[in-house]
Design a binder for this molecule. Structure first.
Ligand code: S3P
Length: 174
């Protein structure tokens, strides 16, 4: 079985995926890292030099490649992954998915210090960031909410999130 963690930037997908991978003894793949390795370029650089459309095409291609691998794994995808092409259908076809749902204030607070590595928000000031996140979350909500399980991340520790995720996957774990 494959398990996919999805959600907005800053929702904690990569951190929860790594912790889950340790707990469940399953390999962990991060889609952004996978793309960077395959393309030999950072996501930031791909956006700058090739543009977002190229990034979305590659993202979709590599997502499919990973989902079609013949192995059990935990996959954390990018914040936009579920919202382009038929990615969300593929995710639900090949895996059990968990949406890590954060409120606008939680997401903004986390992103404020980590904007630089994220091409979509790198140039925004605090006010613009809140506006951007609010609008973006509204647009993306319908995709994220197609996940099999929704877990609210506000005010929760990593341990809480790992336990809740494990509980939601109980019937699929050996
Ligand atoms: C994006 C999120 C990023 C990365 C790219 C685009 C998005 O991943 O894929 O910068 O559209 O929300 P993280 O959510 O892991 O930061």
């Amino acid at each position: 079985m494959k398990f996919v963690l999805l959600g907005y930037m800053g929702s904690g997908k990569s951190t929860v995926a790594k912790a889950l991978s340790n707990k469940l003894h399953l390999p962990c793949v991060d889609l952004d890292d996978y793309i960077e390795e395959k393309e030999q370029m950072t996501v930031n650089k791909i956006f700058q030099t090739q543009g977002e459309v190229y990034f979305r095409l590659q993202e979709s291609k590599y997502l499919k490649e990973i989902l079609e691998m013949d192995s059990e794994l935990i996959l954390s995808v990018g914040g936009g992954t579920p919202c382009y092409s038929n990615n969300m259908e593929l995710i639900n076809q090949y895996s059990r998915s968990i949406y890590l749902k954060g409120s606008i204030p939680t997401i903004c607070q986390r992103l404020r210090n980590e904007k630089d590595q994220r091409p979509l928000i790198a140039d925004l000031n605090d006010g613009q960031l809140t506006e951007f996140v609010a609008k973006h979350l509204f647009e993306r909500r319908n995709y994220y909410e197609k996940a099999d399980t929704i877990i609210n991340v506000d005010g929760k520790s990593l341990e809480d999130l790992v336990s809740e995720s494990t509980l939601s996957l109980k019937e699929y774990l050996k």
